[in-house]
Write a protein that binds this ligand. Structure first.
Ligand code: NCD
Ligand code: ZN
Length: 347
């Protein structure tokens, strides 16, 4: 198959940042996604429905003329979130979930929660209002090896949470391990997972053999190839609770190429083409549409898109760098080729 026409996709997990960065991040995602779930880890974080509405307006101001793009907003769960803030969020047409970051787990997570039990009344309100909980699933215990943190989170946090709130919809974000795949496959239909393009394309050897590649460093960190293969099998299996979430997370080049480089990979500029490459390598291009365009809206209970997008098997070279405000961001595959190109969209 050299040409593939899909229902227009969405991105169920992205970081757009704020301020001048939006003039790069918003057009990049709006080029191929109709909607995107926008992460709230700004500084300071997006914690109320009013914050989310204001941030949404700043994003909409950067959508190119004539392009149809809807940001789906999220709130940042903190130790100070209250059940009435949940009720307000659930009543706000722009808010589609609340994001849980364990404090210290990743970029801009200082405001994250320090314990889940104290927040059970808040989680209960989310269950009652049917507002999805989106989780960054890694423990932060300093004795837990960074490669084991996702599995430890399943056992210590996710299993008890789901037992306590069986009707709560949970999105296990950017999963990276065979254990997470297995968990999602068997846990029941209230739990889904997003999978990034970079965790499908790369493993820790790609990041570390022959020298450290800072632009491949993200959290959760790339794992060994056994896990990469399990993710590839999951997304191409036709299972309906895995869907596309790029976790595209731009950082200025100097903050990545540093003695303490920060976590996050920028993929949005060619993410759909990168996913197509993976599905093509797995001889599963026929499964790309449900992963990219159906499973996400079905889980979030939003309508599927009606527009279409066409991808052709035509090589393109990823830009060497893109502007990020007054700095630059290095996208994944910078200066190298991707096997697919977006041809056209119909509104
Ligand atoms: C994200 C970021 O930079 O905001 N970084 C990352 O490595 N994925 C935060 C996150 O999603 O963990
Ligand atoms: Zn993220």
């Amino acid at each position: 198959m050299d040409s593939l026409t899909l229902t227009a996709p969405d991105d169920w997990h992205i970081h757009l940042r704020d301020g001048p960065a939006l003039s790069t991040t918003v057009p990049d995602i709006a080029r191929w996604a109709r909607r995107a779930v926008v992460m709230p880890n700004l500084t300071p974080p997006v914690i109320s429905a009013a914050d989310a509405t204001a941030y949404r307006n700043r994003i909409l101001a950067e959508v190119p003329a004539g392009v149809d793009f809807e940001p789906l907003m999220t709130l940042y769960l903190t130790d100070d979130t209250t059940p009435s803030m949940v009720a307000e969020a659930a009543a706000c047409p722009y808010v589609h979930g609340i994001k849980l970051y364990p404090a210290g787990a990743t970029t801009n997570s200082e405001a994250g929660i320090t314990g889940l039990r104290a927040l059970y009344p808040v989680i209960e309100a989310m269950e009652t209002h049917d507002l999805p909980l989106l989780v960054h699933g890694e423990v932060t215990d300093k004795h837990c090896d960074i490669f084991d943190r996702e599995k430890a989170f399943i056992d210590s946090a996710l299993i008890p949470l789901i037992a306590q709130f069986p009707a709560l919809r949970v999105v296990f974000e950017h999963i990276t391990t065979a254990e997470a795949v297995e968990f999602v496959e068997h846990v029941g239909n209230k739990v889904a997972a997003t999978v990034t393009a970079h965790h499908l394309l790369y493993n820790r050897n790609d990041m570390l053999v022959g020298g450290i590649k800072p632009h491949l460093f993200c959290l959760p960190v790339l794992k060994r190839d056994r896990h990469q293969l399990a993710l590839r099998a999951a997304v191409t299996s036709g299972h309906t609770r895995f869907f596309l979430g790029t976790d595209s997370a731009p950082h200025a080049r100097h903050e990545k190429e540093s003695s303490c480089g920060c976590a996050g990979c920028y993929t949005a500029v060619t993410a759909l083409e990168l996913y197509a490459e993976v599905f093509d390598e797995e001889n599963a291009l026929d499964q790309l549409e449900s992963f990219a365009s159906f499973n996400g809206p079905d889980f979030y209970r939003l309508p599927r898109n009606t527009a279409e997008i066409t991808l052709n098997r035509v090589e393109q070279v990823v830009p060497q760098q893109l502007a990020l405000g007054q700095h630059e961001v290095i996208p994944i595959r910078a200066g190298e080729s991707v096997a697919w190109t977006i041809a056209r969209q119909t509104q």
